[in-house]
Write a protein that binds this ligand. Structure first.
Ligand code: PGA
Length: 225
């Protein structure tokens, strides 16, 4: 069977993942590579728009993203939680308040990711669905820059909780208790529909389904106390 051939599995696995996954994807690859030393991995880290571009051109085996593509013929499955949180500097006047009405966020300036980012797209949708105006103070091209700008008092942000993993600046950041938040979402592994996966890609997909929650839960618990 396939398991008897573990040591013999060889080849290259190409994964494209959105930027926000870089807080956990490399950690998942560690144990995977240890288990399958013959597999060598290329991990492309890009924003959502660039990832969709790669998907359209069939450049990778598997794609990891927060919002499965619409209008493309793909198969998606969720494999991990991906809560979206509202972040403020710990000195902010809303910190400590319970169940802040979403409408109050209309009065706050926000720091947002660049256009083409999945986080930005989700955030714009959330404000639109609730009929609340979104005041964009600044666009920044990375989650790190956004967190630093929040700490610097430039505004609030809405980011995946994954971005807080292992980041020392989280000590200076607070998650606001806004009604409806954390927004429940998931991370998805996506592939073109009907595409025959290589043996290494199929092996990784199995690994994701079976193991991922274990590795990431440990890390998550450690980062939030
Ligand atoms: P992003 O993607 O890194 O492009 O913001 C995150 C997501 O797809 O949710």
């Amino acid at each position: 069977t396939i398991d008897n051939l573990k040591g013999l599995k060889q080849g290259r696995l190409r994964i494209a993942a959105v930027t926000t996954t870089k807080y956990f994807m490399p950690r998942i690859l560690g144990p995977f590579c240890a288990q399958y030393p013959g597999i060598d991995i290329a991990l492309e880290v890009v924003n959502r728009d660039r990832l969709l571009d790669r998907l359209t051109r069939n450049q990778d085996d598997l794609y990891i993203m927060g919002v499965p593509p619409e209008g493309l013929d793909t198969e998606s499955e969720s494999f991990l939680d991906n809560p979206l949180v509202v972040l403020a500097p710990i000195t902010h006047h809303l910190v400590g308040r319970k169940q802040i009405p979403f409408a109050e966020l209309a009065e706050e300036p926000f720091l947002v990711r660049e256009r083409g980012s999945g986080t930005r797209m989700t955030m714009e949708r959330v404000f639109q669905e609730r009929g609340t105006p979104l005041h964009i103070k600044m666009d920044l091209g990375s989650n790190e820059a956004i967190k630093q700008a929040v700490v610097g008092g430039l505004g609030l942000a809405m980011l995946s909780r994954s971005t807080l993993n292992l980041d020392p600046s989280q000590q200076e950041l607070a998650e606001l208790d806004v009604e409806g938040f954390p927004l429940v979402r998931a991370w998805y592994v996506v592939r073109p529909k009907g595409k025959q996966l290589s043996v290494v890609a199929a092996t990784f997909l199995e690994f994701l389904r079976g193991h991922v929650q274990l590795f990431v839960r440990d890390q998550d618990a450690g980062s939030r106390n």
